[in-house]
Design a binder for this molecule. Structure first.
Ligand code: GLC
Length: 585
């Protein structure tokens, strides 16, 4: 038990003793309004209603002209995020790092890389964000450290070093033969021979990212202390990186081979013995109890591309004691406009047996941006609005990626020599790496789009910035940005969007995805109709079975814009890739 918890326990005990001693035993005193409020909050925590926004710090705003984004840059853009309607920001890693994986190779978990700023800058970011009701969520990278972390330096120094067992060391099968066929997610063998001690170490990602041994209790404690360090500085939780990869089969079984080869020229394999081992859940429970030591309902978000809803559901924990928001990669990766696929997946996660809160996103720093991934090459701006409506009108906690609100597109490097992300160097030209989705935020039409004053930023600003940027789009009521702002404002103001049940409609429709967010109590419900096809489609919606008496809906937000006063539910035509969000009673 932490000291804080012990102290609260002691105070409660003293309070109970005093009450019992006073002789007032006949009646339980009514709960104070404050106590009720606290209980309510625990049942209805902030993260259920928050809109979370991922910031890739290298690319958001450079404040000191070195071509790389930084903490003070983020602070300077908080007003923008508040006006957009963001409740929390998740910032990708800013820890000291040799930057082989641009920060996902951490060499110190309780410090910041001077490239991004100081702890004082960070504290100022947290407090300025708080003034604007924005919470700050850290990225936490538990699976591996950098090979430059002092722990690894010790571990590799000798077979008898006290930190030897903090990482996964094994003998090879024979001369020049790794211990088994396990492959790195980033290509080739997951084992690297280290001549200092003549053993191999395991790395799920780059060779410079050795995996920690989570079976070692000292490793766990050190990592939990690192979490406490940031929670004490006021962070609102963590996005936990690559969480399903924490454990590997101790017996080193070979992974099963699959047909074909991957982009790196290796045989395809199923990562059966290095992914999703059941022991992960004990660690998640421990992490949850660490965040629970702190006030304010801190949240855990997991990066885990689970293969199905059953596996995703396990992330919530059998007693809802693990991850509050497991990222739903199945929905992110539908990768086509398919009403039946979205309907099926939203249905499944909505009914997850754990009763867990769904968590949707379409873009992040590892995936090509949604503007191109879902766009058809002709109607991409309209489709960007369709995807925004899908993200921001369901019951899930939405997760946005910087720049999606202005329709930023994937801008891959054209020449191999310009590639920054090592995956792109390794897999070129089939795998161009992730630079394309990490280009600088497009703020305005000045040089480098207002991101930096440097001669050349760490990645070039995308040419689309001339047209797609915050300044230009803020002045255009029909821009993607204005559309996002309206949706985000509606999500805040409409109780049905905030708390309403998700009820899929017109289930057999192959092209149009329609659903109702049923208002709690007697309020207006919200009808969402999304035409996922390139042709106008007419729908006929019967809402009486859901307690809706009206036969038409009042448009709240639509794209292309509907100017009519109402839409007749029995015969309602939605344009190609059209979005309709209306209220019904
Ligand atoms: C996660 C991160 C990714 C990183 C990898 C290794 O998948 O999102 O960017 O390269 O973990 O840390």
């Amino acid at each position: 038990m932490s000291n804080r918890v012990k102290c609260i326990f002691l105070l409660i005990t003293i309070g109970l003793c005093l009450a019992a001693g006073s002789g007032r035993t006949q009646q339980v005193p009514p709960k104070s309004p404050k106590a009720e409020h606290a209980a309510e909050k625990a049942l209805d925590p902030w993260w259920k209603h928050a809109v979370i926004y991922e910031i890739y710090p290298r690319s958001f705003q450079d404040s000191n002209g070195d071509g790389v984004g930084d903490i003070n840059g983020i602070t300077s853009r908080l007003d923008y995020l508040r006006d957009l309607g963001i409740d929390a920001i998740w910032i990708s890693p800013m820890y000291p790092s040799p930057l082989v994986d641009f920060g996902y190779d951490v060499s110190d978990y309780t410090a910041l890389d001077p490239l991004y700023g100081t702890l004082a800058d960070f504290d100022r970011l947290v407090s300025e964000a708080k003034k604007r009701n924005i919470r700050v969520i850290m990225d936490f990278v538990p699976n591996h450290t950098s090979d430059q972390h002092p722990w690894f330096a010790e571990s590799r120094s000798s077979r008898t070093n006290p930190k030897r067992d903090w990482y996964i060391w094994r003998d090879g099968k024979g001369p020049d033969q790794p211990p088994n066929n396990w492959q790195s997610w980033f290509g080739h063998s997951a084992w690297k021979f280290d001549p200092i001690t003549n053993q191999y170490y395991y790395h799920h990602f780059y060779t410079e990212q050795p995996d920690l041994n989570w079976r070692n209790p000292q490793v766990r404690n050190a990592m939990y202390d690192a979490m406490r360090f940031w929670l004490s500085r006021g962070v609102a939780g963590f996005r936990i990186d690559a969480v399903s990869r924490l454990f590997e089969d101790p017996n080193l079984h070979d992974d099963p081979l699959l047909p074909g080869k991957n982009a790196y020229g290796d045989p395809n394999i199923a990562h059966k013995y290095t992914d999703n081992l059941p022991e992960v859940h004990q660690v998640l429970r421990e992490m949850r109890s660490v965040v629970n030591e702190f006030p304010g309902n801190p949240v855990l978000i997991s990066e885990a591309d689970e293969p199905n809803i059953a596996e995703l559901t396990k992330m919530y924990g059998s007693k809802n004691d693990e991850i509050q928001l497991p990222m739903d990669f199945q929905i992110a990766d539908v990768n086509k406009l398919s009403a039946p696929d979205f309907r099926r997946l939203l249905d499944e996660i909505d009914k997850n047996p754990a009763g867990g809160q769904p968590h949707y996103f379409f873009s992040n720093h590892d995936q090509p941006r949604q503007w191109d991934r879902y766009g058809d090459g002709v109607h991409n701006d309209q489709i960007a609005k369709l995807m925004a409506a899908l993200l921001l009108t369901t019951r899930a906690t939405p997760l946005m990626y910087y720049g999606e609100e202005i329709g930023m597109r994937t801008t891959d490097p054209v020449r191999k020599e310009d590639v920054q992300d090592p995956i792109g160097k390794l897999g070129w030209p089939q795998e161009k790496g992730r630079d394309g989705e990490r280009t600088p935020m497009q703020w305005d039409t000045t040089k480098d789009a207002g991101f930096s004053t440097a001669e050349s930023p760490w990645l070039p600003v995308a040419p689309s910035s001339a047209e797609y940027n915050v300044k230009v789009e803020s002045q255009d009521p029909n821009s993607i940005l204005s559309f996002y702002k309206r949706l985000l404002a509606l999500r805040r103001s409409e109780p049905a969007l905030r708390d309403g049940k998700y009820l899929p409609l017109d289930r057999g429709n192959a092209d149009v995805f329609s659903f109702l967010r049923k208002a709690p109590g007697n309020g207006d419900s919200i009808l969402v109709v999304l035409n996922m096809s390139a042709e106008p489609r007419t729908v006929s919606l019967a809402l009486d079975t859901h307690g809706v008496k009206e036969s038409s809906a009042r448009p709240l937000i639509s794209a292309p814009k509907i100017t009519r006063e109402s839409a007749v539910l029995a015969h309602f035509t939605v344009p190609a890739f059209g979005v309709f969000v209306g209220s019904v009673h």
